[in-house]
Design a protein around this ligand. Structure first.
Ligand code: CP
Length: 300
């Protein structure tokens, strides 16, 4: 049994095995491997997909769920510390799935907890279960993970999904194109990581002319909640809006991914374009999260 806090907690081999297991669960979604297990789903920050797909996965695996989707209804509102909260919940459950707004909160929880912790997103840091479902979606649509070109677009500074995805895809000789306004560029530590591995990347501010050679167009939302200065947010919030017209000169099999929610960065007319894959991507989250739960509990 082990926690999944950062995508780097899983080796390349473990990532591939998890993706294979996700395919197995997609073929057979009702396997009672969580019978007699209790899973705590604790969300200190809002979520639709991550929480509900994890909870769907637990239900499909025959487990029981405790938890909360709003910490205002817990003793955190009376001043209880994260340390005490996690120690208590680890006494009740066999696994903790946690989202928290503070970077590093999931790592801290994993050090306190006597049961495994899955990080369901910690601030602008990491979102490893999203990464695994993104990789499952990439493998399913492209038939491989090796030697692909991924264009990452939008909020590359605060976007935990792009940070995790970059780390994981760097096992697979990926070429990255970072498309972001000057204020939201990919942080230097991630570029240093690619430099150390000798992987290629380029940085751009213009969208249309830089997606023609991409196999995956990974759109992200400019996240209002990460800005301390809302004037700065207003300046960049609508900087990129992907339209069908922009997709005309892209590769035949390119797929548009987005961790969702979107607020305007993909025109709704793109939803019917065969290149749009984001809704199926979020469905893939159920199979992938079934696989992650099975892996961290050592049940497969
Ligand atoms: N992709 C994602 O994390 O979505 P939610 O915030 O709705 O969980």
């Amino acid at each position: 049994m082990k926690s999944l806090v950062s995508i780097t907690d899983f080796s390349k081999d473990e990532i591939l095995k998890t993706l294979d297991l996700a395919a197995e669960f997609e073929n057979d979604t009702n396997q009672n491997i969580l019978e007699n297990k209790v899973v705590a789903s604790i969300f200190f920050e809002p979520s639709t997909r991550t929480r509900l797909s994890f909870e769907t996965a637990i239900n499909r695996l025959g487990g029981k769920i405790i938890g909360f989707s709003d910490s205002a209804n817990t003793s955190v509102s009376k001043g209880e510390t994260l340390k005490d909260t996690i120690s208590m919940i680890a006494n009740y459950a066999d696994l903790i799935i946690m989202r928290h707004h503070i970077e590093g909160a999931a790592r801290y929880a994993s050090e306190i907890s006597k049961v495994p912790v899955i990080n369901a997103g910690d601030g602008a840091n990491q979102h490893p279960s999203q990464t695994l479902l993104d990789m499952y979606s990439i493998k399913k649509t492209q038939g491989k993970l090796e030697n692909l070109t991924i264009a990452m677009i939008g909020d590359l500074k605060y976007g935990r999904t792009v940070h995790s995805l970059l780390m994981a895809m760097s096992h697979f000789n990926t070429k990255f194109k970072f498309i972001a306004p000057a204020e939201l560029q990919m942080p230097v530590e991630y570029k240093n990581h690619l430099d150390r591995l000798g992987l290629k990347y380029s940085e751009h501010t213009e969208l249309t002319e830089n997606i023609g050679d991409a196999d995956i167009i990974y759109m992200t939302r400019v996240q209002r909640e990460r800005f301390s200065d809302l004037l700065e947010y207003e300046k960049v919030k609508n900087i990129y809006i992907l339209t069908n017209e922009m997709l005309e000169n892209t590769k035949q099999n390119v797929k548009v991914l987005h961790p969702l929610p979107r607020v305007g960065e993909i025109d709704i007319n793109v939803d019917d374009n065969p290149k749009a894959y984001y809704f199926t991507q979020s469905l893939n989250g159920v199979y992938t999260r079934m696989a992650i739960i099975a892996c961290v509990l050592g049940l497969k």
